[in-house]
Design a protein around this ligand. Structure first.
Ligand code: BGC
Length: 418
């Protein structure tokens, strides 16, 4: 288990932090998260204010780094050192790892009192309630197979929303010929993996995605379709600017907002950045599904996994969990964050056009069995397998490795990590 493999360096970093953060004493909750961009911070503020109103102090544990790899490293070290925070923003399989290790609190009494079972969809419950015990409170559902586009650029060049790969390539070629960067790319493993999720779904369809990225089927991983996925990924590299390596996702979104690039392929946390910049859907920017993935979604849910804390901190922890699950909060938070509510009983009426689209498409995809966990965001495969896929994707993108070689490495990496 990954948590138990924590390195000595991480443990000593945790010991250092211990000195400054013997936190979750009475009156406060210590919340570790990676929501540091403008849109993310604005959304988190909704939660902070909610708790402050109840007289509960907020000890902020922001660990920058999109996708949360850095934050997870910090918390693993804290847990290994016996000093967990009150809670941490968590994704899918990472929650299961902490639950497996026996580090998470049992929220069943609160969940029963508030009827969580009836309002949280099964796709989420699988991660929030392992072995019948509620260990986390889900705050949202993000979908990740989106393209965010600068509308003025599309209008100026007379580009219609592309619905398949060929149309997408034609649009990108036209944008490039006009001297504009077609794709705002963030060269970090998790961002590249987010695009690969969409490419696997688009190139092979939902059954192929499930075979390759949920069942980890060797034939699918080694298939010609997967070779085509990597060839398409290489094609995308022709549409990015030279400064892409290590660019943060929100800086890539800013390029689309400012008209320096035409499109970004990213989860709907990107919408939070457009909204924070006072941009309006269908007027300033467009949101559409990655070409070839209409009717399906890849998703991830941010949840606050609650750690085992002392008796003095339990009441505040429960108040935090309750505040997260409150329907009014779920609407207010997700309008700002760009995601859909985690509760199925929250109305979408106050959401903007992209938000309403997300909520509707999520429901339709769930009904058609086309709602699939995002590999890139920890909802399709265990953490070690995700890491192996990240490595292949990012090494491929930054080198001239052939697609055939990448696929061979992918199948081997996944087999080894299982
Ligand atoms: C999280 C989002 C977050 C994004 C970028 C995703 O894994 O689910 O809440 O905004 O990473 O940091």
């Amino acid at each position: 288990m990954e948590i138990r493999k924590t390195t000595l360096a991480m443990v000593s970093a945790a010991a250092l932090m211990l000195a400054t953060s013997t936190a979750s004493a009475a009156g406060k909750v210590e919340v570790i998260h990676w929501w540091t961009s403008g849109g993310e911070a604005a959304a988190l503020n909704v939660l902070k204010k909610n708790l402050e109103k109840q007289g509960i102090g907020w000890m902020d544990g922001a660990v920058a780094g999109g996708g949360g790899d850095q934050a997870r490293t910090v918390v693993k070290a804290r847990v290994a050192a016996g000093n967990p925070p009150t809670t941490m923003q968590q994704l899918g399989f990472a929650i299961l790892d902490f639950a497996d290790g026996g580090f998470l609190a049992n929220l069943n009494d609160l969940a029963a009192k508030e009827g969580w079972d009836k309002v949280v969809p099964n796709a989420l419950k699988r991660f929030m309630k392992p072995d019948g015990v509620w260990v986390a409170a889900p705050v949202n559902v993000h979908t990740t197979n989106w393209v965010w586009a600068n509308k003025a650029i599309f209008d100026k060049l007379g580009i219609a929303v592309p619905t398949n790969w060929n149309e997408f390539v034609a649009a990108a070629d036209k944008i490039k010929a006009a001297g504009i960067t077609p794709i705002a790319w963030g060269g970090q493993a998790w961002q590249e993996a987010t695009v690969v999720d969409a490419l696997v779904n688009s190139t092979g369809g939902t059954d192929f995605y499930k075979k390759a990225f949920v069942e980890m089927d060797q034939d699918a991983l080694k298939s010609k379709t997967m070779v085509e996925v990597f060839q398409r990924l290489r094609k995308l590299k022709g549409y990015v600017d030279p400064n892409y390596p290590n660019r943060d996702w929100n800086l890539a979104t800013a390029m689309v907002i400012n008209g320096e690039a035409a499109m970004q392929m990213m989860g709907d946390w990107a919408k939070g950045e457009f909204i924070a910049a006072k941009k309006v859907p269908n007027k300033d920017f467009l949101c559409f599904r990655f070409p070839g993935t209409a009717g399906s979604v890849t998703f991830n849910s941010d949840a606050f996994a609650m750690f085992k804390v002392g008796d003095d901190a339990k009441a505040n922890q429960a108040a935090l969990a309750s505040a997260i699950m409150e329907p009014g909060f779920q609407a207010a938070f997700n309008i700002v964050k760009g995601s859909a509510p985690a509760r199925m009983d929250v109305s979408g009426k106050d959401f903007d056009a992209c938000g309403q689209k997300a909520i509707k498409q999520l429901a339709e995809a769930a009904k058609a069995d086309k709602m699939m966990g995002s590999m890139a965001h920890g909802h399709a495969v265990p953490e070690a397998v995700k890491g192996a896929i990240y490595d292949v994707v990012t090494n491929y993108f930054s080198s001239d490795m052939s697609a055939e070689e990448a696929v061979k490495k992918l199948a081997e990496g996944v087999a080894l990590a299982q």
